[in-house]
Design a protein around this ligand. Structure first.
Ligand SMILES: C[S@@+](CC[C@H](N)C(=O)[O-])C[C@H]1O[C@@H](n2cnc3c(N)ncnc32)[C@H](O)[C@@H]1O
Length: 255
């Protein structure tokens, strides 16, 4: 078990992914979105920038967005010769132009956002007609095992509730995949290792939550974090009949 933990730590250090499936999951979701080379893609809650850099490596023109300045800085600085364009913003108020992205993606972030209705509306605004949103989310499979008060990801739902949220948004669902089996093992390893790494990697999910999370994770990782959880991959599309007014976004930084 110990050597597996070390492997995961190395994986995050090398690839800077803060989601359970690492680069493999990033590339699977990207493939499921089926966007062309050069597509302009917004990475919501980009964290340290691992997924954004992998997407760029796969041919996407990525803009990384995060709530935390430190994460944006780290994300920009990965490759000094080719800085990643970043935006520091709350995903529920995107300082970005209408219809300016072909795709958007979010890993391990929707669960931190209380106003997901607003976030989906904002996505509907910044995506071009035909643009796609790909997201891997956690699902609550057994409400009796899941206690939102004991995890930093307070806003996760049953599969049915996630689908209702999409249904009520400007996007339409085009594909869905149950990730629960592959998440069970990956998530267990990921959370155990994140607990070990948080102090050294200075993960910021909102300053207070880091300390809270460490304490909570320490109590009972099994029960709290994946006892009642599953995973769901959703690929959504902005209908082609929607408004296509475009503009420039001024908030993107590359320096
Ligand atoms: C668990 S990390 C995932 C990072 C990255 N997506 C990855 O998979 O490696 C969650 C990230 O979401 C960001 N975040 C949380 N709430 C946000 C919000 N409302 N708007 C923008 N970013 C947010 C956090 O700052 C953090 O970097």
């Amino acid at each position: 078990m110990e050597h597996r933990h070390r492997e995961v730590i190395q994986l995050v250090r090398r690839h800077e992914h803060i989601h359970p499936g690492g680069p493999a999951e990033t590339m699977e979701l990207w493939q499921a979105m089926d966007l062309p080379m050069g597509a302009r893609v917004l990475d919501l809650g980009a964290g340290f920038g691992g997924p954004a850099h992998w997407l760029r490596g796969a041919g996407a023109d990525v803009v990384a967005l995060d709530l935390e300045q430190a994460n944006c800085r780290r994300c920009r600085g990965h490759n000094p010769e080719l800085p990643m364009p970043t935006v520091r913003a709350d995903a529920v108020h995107l300082p970005l132009a209408d219809a300016s992205f072909d795709g958007a993606i979010a890993w391990c972030m929707l669960g931190f956002v209380p106003d997901q209705v607003r976030l989906l509306q904002e996505l509907g605004r910044v995506l071009r007609p035909g643009g796609r949103f790909g997201v891997d989310v956690y699902t609550v499979r057994d409400a009796s095992l899941y206690d939102p008060g004991r995890t930093p990801m307070r806003y996760i739902h049953s599969r049915e509730r996630w689908l209702e949220l999409i249904d009520a948004s400007p996007l339409t669902l085009s594909a869905e995949e149950d990730l629960s089996d592959q998440y069970a093992d990956a998530y267990r390893k990921f959370m155990v290792n994140l607990k070990v790494q948080i102090p050294s990697l200075r993960v910021r999910f909102g300053r207070e939550q880091v300390a809270d999370a460490v304490t909570r994770f320490s109590r009972n990782v099994n029960e709290v974090l994946f006892g009642g959880k599953g995973g769901l991959r959703l690929v959504c599309e902005k209908p082609t009949g929607s408004s296509s007014q475009t503009g420039r976004d001024e908030a993107v930084r590359t320096l």
